[in-house]
Design a protein around this ligand. Sequence first.
Ligand SMILES: Cc1cc2nc3c(=O)[nH]c(=O)nc-3n(C[C@H](O)[C@H](O)[C@H](O)COP(=O)(O)OP(=O)(O)OC[C@H]3O[C@@H](n4cnc5c(N)ncnc54)[C@H](O)[C@@H]3O)c2cc1C
Length: 391
Amino acid sequence: MSTLTEPALTGAWELPDELVALRDTVRRFMQAEVHPLEATLPHDAAGLPRDLLLPLQAKARNLGLWALQTPEEYGGAGLSVLGQAVVLEEASRCRMGAFFPALGAFGGNPPVVLYGASKEQWARFGQPVLDGTTTKPYTAISEPTGGSDPARAIQLKAVRDGDHFVLNGAKMWTSHAADADFGIVYARTGEGRDGISAFIVEKDTPGLTINRIDVMASFSPYELHFDEARVPVANLIGEEGQGFGQASSTLVTGRILYAAGPIGIAQRALEMACSWAKDREVFGGRLADKQGIQWMLVDSEVELRAARLLMYQAAWNADLGKDVRVDASVAKMYGTEAAFRVVDRCIQIHGALGLADELPLERWFRDLRVKRLGEGATEVQRVVIARDLLK
Ligand SMILES: Cc1cc2nc3c(=O)[nH]c(=O)nc-3n(C[C@H](O)[C@H](O)[C@H](O)COP(=O)(O)OP(=O)(O)OC[C@H]3O[C@@H](n4cnc5c(N)ncnc54)[C@H](O)[C@@H]3O)c2cc1C
């Protein structure tokens, strides 16, 4: 796997051979192992039950598909950003979409903030994620006061009391919180940006309650209430006040990779729409022969090509060590918005069947709607791009 850390698209905008081989391995694995399994699951299944996940993980591990995002020095495969994008894109071409890779099918990747954790914290919390013996941790930044501007919106208070911090306040919209054995929670220990700290919060923390929030997506995020919740000082990551910097350092690469799932999903939707248009008869001919339908397919193809190249370019530049803050915003914004438009058109081409839960299209439509808000909403990406344009 070490050669995969080499960045690079070749001059002709082709993936390097080892990434083509990796993509083909993921494709074969998805077709042989995941697609048949998914057919047995409920329409909105957001992940696999442990008795199905563990054997699948063992097969993935045998193929070398394990902890791909985690750097080699922390025990992972240390895939390049471009390699990660390729794997996530390919593995999201399934009914579960981006949930499938995100929830640990290819091994857990510890939250990046744990790379700065102490040896004890890594052994207790990071390593079990890597080994696949604990569930995927959540990350709680957003609060009832907002998610776009966390430096101001984070109000959850953490006050030192002996060898504990006492937490009071709430987090909102935290994905997977109820299923996780622990999460990374950002709380206020002082004023301004330098007054935010990152804590490892364990599931059974006294004073912590977790309530589900129903939203239009195929999964539910959660609200976390902290009422005099006592978190050991040993669970503070790094120093007090370093939380904002820790969170920001993971943001840029995260935005590039966030586009990969939607692009993979939309590609699969487009393939389904092409196939349906060739089979369906209307007004005495094939749907595929109607120019109005062809144009929807063509617009989708062009937008997807553009989205993919923007994402690959951002990933490639990240691997070269360039400043990719703007590239990442362009890739995230265009990728998620284009994927949403593509799936919408593909539903239209399928007619009523596009809305039925027999097909994954309506589920993808709901999940892609969320992607336009998560990891920095479209407007937040526009702020980043505008700031650069107008500086
Ligand atoms: C299903 C789901 C799962 C989520 N999972 C997580 C999670 O695991 N962890 C977590 O911390 N958060 C999570 N979130 C929260 C998500 O990150 C926030 O919803 C997002 O950051 C936006 O914050 P907000 O909803 O508070 O909107 P606000 O910040 O209140 O913004 C409202 C609107 O204003 C726009 N806006 C903001 N600033 C500007 C500006 N300068 N100019 C123009 N428009 C602007 C925003 O884009 C948005 O459209 C999740 C959300 C959902 C729906």
